[in-house]
Design a protein around this ligand. Structure first.
Ligand SMILES: [Zn+2]
Length: 439
């Protein structure tokens, strides 16, 4: 064979290879191609986790992948290339029309990968503004509120509080201090709240028989409660006792961390998506990602799903207030004030936005949190530490709650029954839906 012949033969070989691999990739079903991308995604998340200990919030996939991530720690520049490569592989997969779950899976992976890419850049020293970061990491555009907005809410709170001396914030703190759970009664109150939330949730969502949790009381944390999901339907719920715990926190934490909040959400993702569908991406949960908005938003909204206002008042009166040794005649008044105070939830975002964008100092942020988010000075300092550590993550609680609430209420119809609301909520917790998909 002469040189030209050899050359054309080589070209022939290469081109048949291309044709062959193209037909091959066409023949591979999209589900299988997604599985390949998903495995790469899991390994990428574990690799990023080697650069930030808070990043991987839960992992219950193959142990050797985790070991490998530790043993072969990759530099950020390489991780960026890997993330980019996975994004391009994913973009090439065509999802057949009408396969809504697979389409959701693709969007989920695409958004999670965008967030992973942004996180790698942040670890490399890139800083974004509060709103840029919220968009890149959480797939969300949180609303902004003026000082006037919060002043108006303070006015209505002023009218609802006992008429004594001091600022609205000081008066609120004094009023609320009458509703602290005595330390020795903490466990009994929490256990009762968790049992109630669990029983109610299980009426509407069937959970695996072996689902379980343990509660631990801890100190020196930037958060007030945390759910560590361990896999195989088991959670460790930690409650921070650095500061006195108010009676409303019992149901709030029981629902948020447990039922139907984080514990249930993780159990459903593991059972429905990882085990039944074999979608491996659900063996890992990267904290700084759009999934967190759904997690925090559904955990907060879950409080009113599991115990709607009227029923909660009855339960507090009958069970929790007596268990805590508090006077039941104050239940309604306390929750009336708490509902008003809850309207100030976005005040924390404004402190975080201004502080992280560098437009206000740390002292000013503490001051703002004391005035508009009604924090005691010590708690305001703890909150600033939380903001420094978790940054724009703060939007996931309040904006996440609003997005999930709107979504569930819209999908439940005009006059939803309790059953319908749970149905929509359950479906959301068992699907790979992300923030921009809630609109
Ligand atoms: Zn949470």
């Amino acid at each position: 064979m002469n040189r030209i012949a050899i050359f054309s033969f080589l070209i022939f070989l290469v081109s048949t290879n291309i044709v062959e691999s193209k037909t091959k990739s066409k023949r591979i079903p999209p589900e299988t191609r997604m599985n390949i991308v998903a495995e790469k995604y899991v390994k990428l998340i574990l690799a990023i986790g080697q650069h930030d200990a808070d990043y991987v919030d839960a992992y219950y996939g193959p142990k050797e992948w985790h070991d490998d991530a530790i043993k072969n720690k990759k530099p950020l520049t390489i991780l960026k290339d890997i993330a980019f490569g996975i994004q391009s592989d994913l973009a090439k997969i065509k999802i057949p029309r009408k396969n809504e779950m697979l389409a959701l899976r693709k969007t989920y992976l695409a958004k999670q990968l965008e967030a992973a890419y942004a996180k790698i850049e942040m670890l490399g020293g890139t800083t974004y503004t509060f709103d840029e970061e919220a968009k890149k990491l959480y797939d969300a555009e949180p609303p902004a509120f003026t000082e006037e907005y919060f002043k108006k809410i303070l006015k209505s709170l002023d009218a609802a509080l006992p008429k004594d001396s001091g600022t609205v914030s000081e008066r609120y703190i004094r009023f609320r201090n009458q509703f602290i759970i005595p330390k020795e009664k903490l466990d009994a109150v929490f256990t009762a709240a968790i049992t109630e939330c669990r029983t109610r949730t299980k009426k509407f969502i069937s959970l695996p028989k072996n689902e379980s949790f343990v509660v631990e009381y801890v100190n020196n944390k930037a958060w007030s409660g945390y759910n560590w999901y361990k896999g195989n339907a088991h959670s460790l719920i930690q409650v921070n006792t650095d500061f006195p715990i108010f009676i409303d926190r019992a149901v709030d934490l029981a629902a948020h961390e447990g039922y139907p909040g984080h514990h249930v959400y993780n159990v459903l993702l593991e059972t429905e998506l990882l085990k039944k569908k074999k979608w491996i991406e659900f063996c890992v949960y990267p904290l700084f990602s759009p999934q967190s908005l759904i997690a925090e938003g559904s955990a907060n909204y879950g409080i009113e799903v599991v115990l709607p206002h009227e029923e909660r008042i009855l339960f507090e009166k009958k069970v929790l207030f007596p268990l805590a040794g508090l006077d039941v005649k104050n239940v309604e008044r306390y929750y009336e004030v708490q509902t008003l105070a809850g309207k100030l939830a976005y005040a924390g975002n404004e402190a975080a936005r201004a502080y992280l964008n560098g437009t206000i100092s740390k002292e000013k942020a503490i001051d703002w949190l004391s005035t508009y988010a009604l924090f005691e000075p010590m708690r305001a300092e703890q909150r600033v530490r939380f903001i420094e550590k978790y940054r724009s993550y703060v939007i996931n609680y309040n904006y996440g709650q609003d997005l999930v609430k709107q979504y569930v209420e819209k999908k439940s119809g005009k006059k939803p029954t309790e059953k319908k609301r749970w149905e929509v909520f359950h479906a959301l917790l068992s699907s790979p839906r992300l923030p921009s998909g809630l609109k």
